[in-house]
Design a binder for this molecule. Structure first.
Ligand code: SF4
Length: 342
């Protein structure tokens, strides 16, 4: 995936979504027709973004306009085409190079793909959430795993870059089912993945089930453990995980009733991975009798290696009976890895 991209986000509403996923509060997220940006507003936003951020861009970066925040291809065709056309002048002038959007797997069809191709959409993110039929059914997503497989195949067949969004801790899910979902997604070879923990949001079916004791959200540690395993598997499969955890917006924070929310969820996951690496290294390294040890860490991983409140260092000292653990910035150390200094 081209990580040199400069992305211009344009948020669209979940206009008239006919679905009723149990974790979704449409009253909170759905907005009236008038909330959909007009083509003029979309164009003005692109212009504004290009002007505001010109100093942040390098000549090597390509610019991508992203329609985020809804199921784009579930919008009425006329609205889709109007929005897509609003980007055309920027494409023609070479100020924007491609588009991306998010949608549901059951709103991918040959007709839709033709429209997307004609308007230079390059990246399509699918809100897959799970590959377990039972989980999709209980969550009332309205499609099954075969539909997801078909959508990914169709998009890849037309050379779109495909992203997959997954949710951790959906009703009906289990660690085994989630692990199977991860393996199935790896077999689909998407270009990238996003991982979101399931939260209980005010006004949802899930909130009712939670209050009735029918749904038990994951504890934060459980969600971190599942995300950690998933992240590790995707990394092994060379599939980038471009997001782990939800963006902490004020409206989300107000609406959370329960669930494994943490503003630095990804860092918790990555800290836990580095902690395990440290334990594995210590198991191989004769450290008994030493008062201290030094770990070499990439400068960009220092705070992740320490963990929240220095938790990793405290745990490592206890686990290995060391008085002191030193951490040395090592620019040569690959990000996401650590080494022990002999
Ligand atoms: S999460 Fe489900 S119900 Fe909510 S807007 Fe998306 S498809 Fe519709």
């Amino acid at each position: 995936m081209d990580d040199k991209r400069f992305i211009i986000p344009i948020f669209i509403s979940h206009l008239g979504c006919p679905h009723r996923c149990v974790y979704c509060n449409q009253d909170l997220i759905a907005r009236p027709v008038s909330a959909l940006p007009t083509p003029e507003e979309a164009a003005a936003e692109i212009e504004r973004y290009l002007g505001l951020n010109s100093h942040k861009r390098t000549s090597a970066q390509t610019v991508q306009v992203a329609f985020y925040g809804g199921s784009f291809t579930a919008l009425p065709l006329e609205s889709q085409e109007k929005l897509l056309r609003s980007v055309k002048p920027f494409l023609d002038e070479g100020k924007v190079h491609s588009l991306r959007l998010s949608t549901r797997p059951d709103y991918i069809s040959p007709e839709i793909l033709e429209i997307l191709k004609a308007h230079k959409v390059e990246t399509v993110e699918l809100g897959v959430q799970s590959m377990a039929d039972e989980v999709l059914r209980i969550s009332r997503r309205g499609y099954g795993r075969e539909r997801v497989q078909q959508a990914v195949r169709d998009l890849q067949g037309e050379n779109f870059e495909v992203g997959v969004q997954l949710m951790i801790g959906l009703p009906g899910d289990s660690p085994e089912r989630f692990a199977a979902t991860v393996e199935e997604v790896i077999r689909l070879s998407p270009h990238f993945v996003r991982l979101y923990p399931t939260l209980v949001i005010k006004g949802t079916v899930l909130e009712r089930w939670f209050r009735q004791g029918r749904y038990h959200p994951l504890a934060l540690e459980e969600a971190v453990a599942l995300a950690k395993e998933a992240l590790r598997r995707f990394q092994q499969a060379h599939i980038p995980v471009i997001r782990v955890g939800l963006q902490p917006t004020p409206s989300l924070l107000e609406a959370i009733v329960a669930g494994p929310y943490h503003s630095a969820f990804r860092q918790l996951v990555e800290s836990s991975i580095l902690y395990e690496q440290a334990i594995d290294l210590l198991a191989e390294f004769p450290h008994q009798g030493r008062p201290s040890l030094t770990f070499l860490v990439s400068p960009r991983d220092i705070s992740t290696f320490y963990g929240q409140g220095g938790e990793n260092i405290i745990k490592l000292r206890k686990a290995c009976g060391l008085q002191e653990i030193r951490v040395k910035h090592e620019p040569q150390q690959k990000r996401g890895t650590i080494a022990l200094c002999a």
